[in-house]
Design a protein around this ligand. Structure first.
Ligand code: GLN
Ligand code: ZN
Length: 747
């Protein structure tokens, strides 16, 4: 029997207790100096390497560790520096300034890394002068070797790097061409330093558009092969299937494929004979993006299959482990649940179990993991019964009729004004929450604090003159974690952090069992706020699609089923709010767009299911109850029909950064439901002028019926300062007042 090897693609940077974040933020706030920063990060890098070494991997990645983002590292390596930051020494300070902006210049854009919640810094080519800067990758590789770690360098490949970048007047091909000699030099330096292979990440090769890049991809890898580097290169892909015939034709040592998120297509291409026997297969068999223990027996049979088609097999996670928390060791979880989980180190242990099984005929660890897996699958928290058909998935009456009842009940003015839900999570709010979590104040004291904050903000909103008020979401840490803490079937970890961008990490809840609503989650605060004012207060909930997208989802059930379970729970909450007399309920779906599958052939199915879940959550209310939703991104083009199908009475959306584009999207469709346009950018501390707001509204009104139109900021205000919020909302309300007057004089 041939032996198998094990490897990894990338490891979480954060450290077990988010040491990475603490170090970097201490540097930003001048608590440590540049030397201390370097020292502490080197220590953490070492710890990450040695931690991985415990699992007997044949090779450990280097180049995944970074001060901020690995794409930004690559931009610096090749001197792709945004024009406004050019002329400075290339060092960590420059790196942080590009990532975060400084007093003079705005930061580079952050964009979601494929369909994950990780964000990379977009390389900017305008007037860039590509050349090779200090070779940090080589330095880190040498460092790993000095620790006696069997390492392989990781670098993002030229096709993916260029595809993810923007600006410059060169063509795609010209940019790649410019980079090739620089790549060659770096790859050569790594080969000279003793790298057995180099993992060159080309995830764009799994996307719809990969066909457009085939010629230039071939050209790039031919170029490397001519330099004698082909035998060192492994083209690594993840998150979807590849065109294996094409990849197989490239002159490289090996191919890295995802066998978890490929809908079975990578395996079927291999079975069809599309992989040459002499290519080393780097098989991503352990899910790198989720936290579930592997079905280890299924992995065993996958390996057995793959062995028939290659002479050299390396097993590894399906993607970098950047997308999962570090280790279960620090959690204090109920053992019956912990048994079903697997974070980064546990995933490496699964690989080790398989390696021992195949290479040494050692069943011990394999059998143990198998038993754990089976016990977890047979748990009682996984067998609730649902009757999805008994819950309405369309409103009782069409919008035109609902609208009459809502208008009669709400009696709102022309161009009603509102906000998106949250008000500043001030230091005081965070301090009180922490005190309550650590039992330093009682439930009653915390509740008193929340009520005083709600009351203060109801008064502020009334004074400013907004029409539909909100309670402010002070009781919530995060719009998904909050529901995760309260709904049955969800688990919230202590240290389950995952990097989102830069030093920001999120702690996605884990959906481990069937989801159930047991008691009202938001009614108390909403009712308290409503009791203080005659104006309507909006109930504020997170929708099923967003809750699912921002959680670790179950994989033992179809995604749609879990999403519908959440929808039923949210429906209960919607009804509880309605029962309590709340007349407007907003169900936020900011993550609906990001869950869109990478390949367009799956879009319709995803969107249909998303729309259905949203409607399950929101359709049971009376006609007179007004359902709002909110989304905050501007590329609506692909999903505009799905948004319309949600049949929400009012949608509020982010537009302030791209008015033109959005209005365009709305030209393609007769959008005859209520719509609130985000008239100013809440991501900036800048206070908008009346003129800007008026212009934005005027422009939109050329496209959208005035009687359907609402005015609001473009997202929640939790990250803003109190003064900024007061001022900006005052400007907003004043602008609308003037527009109302001009209307009444012209009519
Ligand atoms: N209601 C949430 C808030 O105002 C919405 C946040 C979001 O769209 N991301 O904070
Ligand atoms: Zn938003």
């Amino acid at each position: 029997m041939m032996t198998i090897k094990t490897s990894n693609l990338g490891f979480p940077r954060l450290g077990r207790k988010r040491e990475w974040k603490k170090t970097i933020e201490s540097y930003w706030s001048n608590k440590i100096n540049a030397d201390e920063l370097n020292q502490q990060l080197t220590d953490l890098h070492k710890e990450n390497l040695l931690l991985q070494k415990n699992y007997n991997l044949d090779s450990i990645p280097v180049g995944d560790f970074s001060l901020y983002d690995h794409i930004l590292d690559t931009s610096l390596l090749f001197n792709i520096i945004p024009e406004r930051f050019q002329g400075r020494e290339v060092n960590n300070d420059l790196l942080f300034d590009i990532a975060r902006g400084n007093k003079e210049h705005v930061a580079s854009a952050l964009i979601k890394w494929f369909n994950t919640n990780y964000h990379y810094i977009v390389p900017e080519w305008d007037h860039a002068e590509p050349k090779l800067n200090h070779n940090v990758l080589l330095e880190r590789f040498n460092y790993a070797q000095s620790l006696n770690v069997n390492a392989h360098p990781v670098i993002v490949g030229p096709i993916t790097f260029v595809q993810l970048s923007k600006g410059g007047n060169q063509t795609f091909e010209e940019k790649v061409e410019t980079l090739l000699p620089l790549y060659k030099e770096v790859l050569q330096s790594l080969a000279d330093a003793g790298a057995e292979y180099i993992q060159i990440d080309e995830p764009v090769l799994v996307t719809d558009t990969s066909e457009d890049f085939e010629d230039i991809t071939r050209h790039a890898y031919d170029y490397f092969a001519q330099a004698g580097l082909g035998e060192k290169l492994v083209i690594q892909t993840y998150f979807e299937r590849v065109n294996l015939k094409f990849l197989n034709s490239l002159p490289v040592k090996g191919l890295g494929l995802d066998f978890v998120h490929d809908n079975g297509y990578n395996l079927s291409q291999i079975e069809a004979g599309d992989l040459a026997k002499d290519k080393v297969l780097y098989a991503g068999i352990i899910d790198g993006r989720n936290v579930w223990a592997a079905d280890i027996e299924a992995k065993q049979s996958l390996i057995e299959k793959l062995q028939n088609y290659t002479t050299e097999l390396v097993i590894q996670p399906s993607s970098s482990l950047l997308h999962v928390p570090v280790s279960l060791d620090d959690e204090t979880l109920d053992e019956s649940i912990a048994e079903g989980l697997s974070f980064a180190t546990e995933k490496l242990d699964e690989l080790d179990a398989l390696r021992r099984l195949f290479n040494d005929n050692d069943f011990a660890k394999f059998d143990e993991l198998k038993a754990r897996y089976e016990r977890f699958q047979n748990q009682s928290f996984k067998n609730l019964e649902y009757d999805f058909d008994s819950v309405r998935s369309s409103r009782k009456s069409p919008f035109a009729e609902r609208r009459k009842e809502q208008d009669a009940q709400l009696n709102l003015p022309d161009l009603p004004t509102t906000t998106i839900g949250s008000f500043p999570q001030s230091q005081e709010v965070r301090k009180q929450r922490a005190a309550w979590k650590n039992n330093r104040i009682t439930d009653a004291e915390y509740n008193d604090f929340l009520e005083s904050e709600i009351a203060r903000w109801i008064k502020i909103q009334e004074d400013i003159g907004l029409d539909v008020l909100v309670h402010g979401e002070f009781e919530r840490n995060d719009m998904v974690e909050f529901f995760g803490e309260k709904l049955q079937g969800f688990l919230v970890t202590k240290f389950g952090w995952v990097q989102s961008y830069g030093s920001r990490a999120v702690k996605p809840p884990i959906i481990y069992g069937d989801v159930k609503w047991n008691e009202p989650l938001t009614v108390k605060e909403t009712l308290y706020a409503q009791g203080l004012t005659d104006k309507p207060v909006k109930g504020m909930l997170t929708g099923p699609v967003t809750i699912l997208n921002w959680s670790f989802e179950r994989v033992d059930l179809p995604r749609e089923e879990v999403q519908n379970q959440i929808a039923l729970a949210i429906n209960e909450e919607v009804l509880a709010l309605e029962d309590a007399g709340i007349k407007i309920i907003q169900v936020d779906e900011p993550a609906l767009r990001e869950g869109l599958p990478l390949r367009s052939e799956y879009h319709a199915d995803y969107l249909n299911k998303a729309v259905h879940s949203f409607k399950l959550a929101t359709s049971s209310v009376a006609d007179a109850t007004q359902i709002h939703t909110h989304m905050c991104y501007s590329q609506f083009g692909q999903i505009i029909h799905a948004i319309y199908d949600l049949d929400a009475d009012v949608i509020s959306i982010e537009t302030s950064r791209s008015h033109g584009d959005l209005i365009q999207d709305f030209e393609d469709i007769t959008y005859d439901l209520g719509i609130g346009l985000g008239v100013y950018d809440i991501h900036s501390p800048r206070i908008p002028t009346e003129e800007e707001i008026t212009t934005a509204i005027d422009r939109a009104l050329q496209q959208i019926d005035r009687s359907l139109f609402w005015v609001n900021p473009d997202c929640g205000l939790k990250t803003r300062k109190e003064d900024e919020v007061r001022e900006a909302l005052t400007v907003l309300v004043n602008s609308v007042d003037k527009l109302r007057k001009t209307k009444s004089t012209t009519v």
